[in-house]
Design a protein around this ligand. Structure first.
Ligand SMILES: [Mg+2]
Ligand SMILES: [Zn+2]
Length: 177
């Protein structure tokens, strides 16, 4: 039997973003890493319900020379120690690279699904930006938008909109009953 996954955006979903002019940015280092409320308990509940937990994260600041790949990996390693994440899929490209992995493209979700033999139609993508929702839709997942009130383009299409990570977990778990 195929497994189900929850694909998780990283910044603004698992950890708090740094907000400048209303737009979210990733923590610059592990020192700025702060896990969002409800994430530790929520992921534990999903894990107990046998969901595979796959982080799918765009990190274009590496390509832009703003941060280093090792800084991104340090943050991921810290998250991996605190949270029951099964796999990290990271896109280090920018738009000019025209890669398949950078969200809104679904490449990281498709690769993650291949790693674990995942049924997309019964899986979820949880994110805080329009590219997360578009990637989830393109991959054939159900999508949950955690609205953070950023001053930027908003997603037009998604299955659910919530304010907190715990709400997203509740929606996923309701489908279990
Ligand atoms: Mg995000
Ligand atoms: Zn990429």
């Amino acid at each position: 039997m195929k497994k189900r996954a929850v694909f998780l955006d990283r910044d603004g979903v698992l950890n708090r973003t740094i907000i400048r002019n209303g737009k979210p940015y990733p923590p610059a280092s592990v020192d700025e890493l702060e896990i969002m409320p409800g994430v530790v308990d929520g992921l534990q509940r999903l894990k107990e319900a046998n969901f595979v937990l796959i982080v799918v994260s765009n990190q274009p600041d590496v390509r832009r020379g703003i941060t280093s790949r090792s800084t991104v990996e340090d943050i991921n390693n810290s998250l991996a120690k605190l949270l029951p994440i099964d796999r990290f899929k990271i896109c280090y490209h920018d738009n000019s690279d025209v890669c398949d992995c950078r969200k809104p493209n679904p490449g990281m979700l498709i690769a993650g699904a291949g790693d674990f033999d995942i049924d997309m139609a019964s899986s979820y993508m949880v994110g805080d930006r329009w590219k997360d929702m578009e990637a989830g839709i393109s991959a054939g997942c159900r999508t949950i938008f955690i609205e953070q009130g950023y001053n930027e383009k908003q997603p037009k299409v998604f299955d659910y909109k919530v304010s907190y990570f715990t709400d997203a977990v509740n929606i996923i778990m309701e489908g279990e009953m």
